[in-house]
Design a protein around this ligand. Structure first.
Ligand code: FE2
Length: 321
């Protein structure tokens, strides 16, 4: 049998024109979780790149010390998963306040909920159309900082959500690529999606789509943990590189956007009833899987807007601060 070397296998497995990679060795250690500084919660890393599952806590009873540690765990791990929570809408709203000030929801608000608790509701025979890696609201000067979902009604199978670490993706870039993208900026602009018509009037959506782009650094520094992250988003929002001609910028952005999608940087959350998830939207990408038509799915949702302290700022040379 002919010998096929490992590099050849990688090239066969890659998309045409896509670089191959021998694996990632630069993922950083788990930080405070490894240091075991937590005494009121017990976060278990989900994958090295991001995520922690926190069992054994009743979120309706989390005291000040536990709430402080939850904030730290989120800054560290970017996505926190809490199985088996039994929260009323008001208790869920109170949980959201750990991470900032929840905003009044504007998507499918249930009239029995406090205004901060909305819902992502896919009705029977309705197809969920958002099924791509993205960050919410990168076209705003201050992209939404934290998002949370709480599973209330799930299909028999499917409807999972994937999360990817933009810091881990940056760390794994080659030195050449880090040098190439240093100091660059991206043009972010809103494009209407399935949720736009629920969220904005037609006039508002058109005004946003026609507004000048919001410019963010391509490599930014995470104020929560000081790490650089690759600030890319789905091409419908992240439209080009400010300093490069369109074709060159688009090609580079697509390469980086595909790079973030490597499994080494993500995990897949398989929802169970009453699982609560909270994540830093502005330092991660998420992918809602649309594979459960014609079934119904309903998740409560909370949104924490960013403050000025969260404004994306450029990282220094090679991602240094
Ligand atoms: Fe989203």
């Amino acid at each position: 049998m002919a010998h096929t070397d490992t590099q050849e296998i990688r090239e066969l497995a890659a998309m045409p024109g896509e670089p191959t990679h021998r694996g990632f060795e630069s993922l950083r250690p788990i930080g405070t979780i490894e240091s075991k500084i937590f005494s009121h919660i017990d976060p278990r890393p989900i994958v090295p790149a991001l995520g922690a599952e926190i069992s054994g806590i009743d979120l309706s009873r989390a005291g000040p010390a536990a709430r402080e540690e939850l904030k730290q765990a989120l800054a560290d791990r970017k996505v926190l998963v809490f199985p088996d929570q039994d929260l009323s809408p008001h208790q869920y709203a109170d949980f959201l306040k750990i991470f900032g000030t929840p905003v009044k929801e504007d998507i499918a608000v249930d009239e029995n909920h406090p205004p901060e608790v909305g819902a992502i509701h896919t009705r029977p025979n309705e197809q969920q159309q958002i099924n791509y890696w993205h960050m919410d609201h990168s076209f705003r000067e201050l992209p939404t900082r934290v998002l949370s979902l709480y599973a209330k009604l799930l299909p028999p199978a499917g409807g999972d959500t994937l999360f990817a670490s933009l810091s881990a993706a940056y760390d794994a870039l080659s030195d050449e690529m880090k040098e190439r993208i240093e100091g660059l900026h991206c043009d972010h602009r809103m494009t209407p999606t399935q949720n736009t018509k629920r969220r904005y009037t037609k006039e508002q959506a058109e005004a946003m789509a026609n507004a000048p782009p919001i410019v963010h650094p391509l490599v930014a520094r995470d104020p929560g943990n000081g790490r650089p992250y690759l600030f890319v988003n789905v091409p419908i929002y992240c439209r080009g590189i400010s300093e490069l001609p369109n074709a060159e910028g688009d090609a580079l952005l697509r390469k980086l956007y595909r790079h973030v999608q490597r499994p080494e940087f993500h995990f897949r959350l398989i929802w169970r009833p009453n699982t609560v998830v909270v994540w830093e939207n502005n330092h991660t990408l998420h992918y809602p899987v649309s594979d459960y038509f014609p079934h119904e799915r309903k998740l409560w949702r909370g949104v924490i807007e960013a403050t000025e302290a969260d404004r994306p700022t450029a990282a220094g040379p090679r991602g240094r601060i």
